[in-house]
Write a protein that binds this ligand. Sequence first.
Ligand SMILES: [Cu+2]
Length: 133
Amino acid sequence: MSLRPSSSVIRHACIVVAALGIPALASGTVMRHLKLVRSFPAADTVLAASPEKITIELSEAVELTGAKLTLAKEGGAPIALGALRREPTAPKVLRADVTTALSAGGYVVSWRTMSKDGHVVKGTFGFRVGAAK
Ligand SMILES: [Cu+2]
């Protein structure tokens, strides 16, 4: 298992690495963070119809506290989602309902969670609704 981050320098580097989404560095000997395993919609996919929910699966169990899932139209304003949920039987999975049908176009999902060491780990991925361009 990785060393616990103990200095502010390591803490800082850790956040930067996570924010840049460099898995090779983030999973190195200095520290190990949770990461995104899969999502629905999957990254860079095209859906024929609006999804009914956004789901992310992380590599470790996460708390709802400090977790966030946001959706926005590409280059547009955020779109309100239902409350973020985590089933007790699936502690690695976070889900939020899409409460308004999404029109055709590109969308960006941003996620943010707290790793076991208390550091914020976040990322984004995109998907499209409607025909591929
Ligand atoms: Cu960390």
